[in-house]
Design a protein around this ligand. Structure first.
Ligand SMILES: Cc1ncc(COP(=O)(O)O)c(C=O)c1O
Length: 406
């Protein structure tokens, strides 16, 4: 059956507006579309394809598990889930793991657990969840409500209550909003969708301190920053601030859907039998992939490599900017990088994305004013350089008419 981009408009719900091309094959950091045209992938499926496309070890893990056992439900546990949970516990602050299928679901579990923990230990009045403006935590109704972009939660009727927002990097505002009623504060340790916003020095430690003062749980949403993206297995390690609950997804499956919520034994105790669940969470296929991904990423070589590759990206972006003066700032950590557009290009991030795609490099945006890069964590230097050459051609195409007009 022949399908094209036009088919999308004929048969799909119109909540997405995908690109005109349809990628059909991937290998490492390269993709090919239906016409055989090749692209360098700096988008990584939105910070998911941490090992590029079709990494041989991940493909082998999936195939091996596919021949053995696909699915059981949580009526039974399974070996890949237990192995992955053991490795996550050994590698992090956490003692307990709950598996889900996506980042939104991992956050949903985190928020529900925090509420239940507060009810168990302090009573139902302790129900306030504080989140940050511009935060993104997923698309379930609870997580869009907690997310800091109101447009995503509007138009769906009454929202879950007890949720307040304060500006990111504003400890005074957080302090003013918190009280004994605060059940949890949820934060991305580096805001992703909101525009690649780094935490200010001392901000995350200050949030931790305020949570401790008010007996509130600190939830770090590491769906985008986790599994090596910042050059640490999880960004909290680099920040030196340990959360009570952490959500992970995206890169944990390197492209196979999986989510996980990590926490301590004491807090986990509030999810008693029957309080929460998922048919697919902890699926053997997903966990076999996740175990292999964790083995491959959680090594000093790969994590140091992320930092080195990140520097290479930044140096090239600075060089592009020296020529074209299109960026006001290069932000982010490791291989989660944002190039914020200069005022003259305000609102035009998508124009740069499209020009880069035309030139053969896939990038992302984070809002209308930031171009985002979230490539494979093991992208070869040659692919960085070639992808950046093409990206620079895209920048030149957008900048040249603008420069000529000014
Ligand atoms: C920080 C963060 N949390 C949660 C999510 C939602 O993850 P998912 O789309 O897998 O539900 C995302 C997705 O972009 C994210 O960046």
């Amino acid at each position: 059956m022949q399908v094209t981009r036009a088919t999308f408009d004929e048969v799909m719900v119109p909540n997405y507006n995908p690109a005109a091309i349809i990628p059909v094959r991937g290998e490492g950091s390269r993709l090919w579309d239906q016409d055989g045209r090749e692209y360098i992938d700096f988008a990584g499926g939105i910070a998911v394809n941490c090992l590029g496309h079709c990494h041989p070890a991940v493909v082998a893990a999936l195939k091996e598990q596919a021949d053995r056992l696909w699915h059981l439900s949580n009526v039974y546990t399974n070996e890949p889930a237990l192995r992955l949970a053991r490795k996550l516990v050994d590698a992090t602050f956490a003692d307990r793991v709950f598996f889900a299928n996506s980042g939104g679901e991992a956050n949903e579990a985190a928020l529900k657990l925090a509420r239940r923990w507060a009810v168990d230990h302090f009573g139902p009045e302790k129900d306030q969840i504080i989140a940050f403006e511009r935060a993104f935590h997923g698309r379930t109704f609870f997580t869009v409500t907690v997310g800091g972009q109101p447009a995503y939660a509007e138009g769906f009727g009454p929202r879950p209550g007890g949720v307040d927002h304060v500006p990111y990097n504003d400890l005074a505002a957080l302090e003013a909003a918190m009280s004994g009623r605060t059940c949890a504060v949820v934060a991305e340790p580096l805001q992703g969708e909101g525009g690649i916003i780094d935490p200010a020095p001392g901000f995350l430690a200050g949030v931790r301190e305020l949570c401790d003062r008010h007996n509130a749980l600190l939830i770090f949403d590491e769906v985008q920053t986790g599994v090596g993206r910042t050059g640490h297995l999880y960004a909290y390690e680099g920040a030196g601030v340990t959360p009570d609950i952490l959500s992970s997804a995206k890169a944990l499956g390197a492209g196979f859907p999986i989510g996980a919520m990590l926490t301590t034994a004491a807090i986990a105790g509030s999810f008693k039998v029957g309080t929460h669940g998922s048919t697919y969470g902890g699926n053997p296929l997903a966990c076999a992939v996740g175990e292999t991904v964790l083995d491959l990423i959680n090594t000093p070589e790969v994590l140091d490599g992320v930092k080195a590759r990140g520097e290479r990206f930044r140096a090239t972006l600075e060089a592009i900017n020296a020529e074209h003066r299109v960026f006001s700032e290069i932000r982010g950590q490791g291989l989660l990088i944002g190039a914020a557009l200069a005022p003259a290009y305000a609102g035009r991030a998508r124009d740069f994305l499209n020009a880069a795609l035309d030139a053969g490099t896939m990038v992302l945006v984070a809002g209308a004013d930031v171009i985002r890069f979230a490539p494979s964590l093991v992208i070869p230097e040659a692919d960085i350089d070639e992808g950046m050459r093409r990206f620079a051609a895209g920048v030149a195409a957008v900048a040249a008419p603008a420069a000529a007009a000014s």
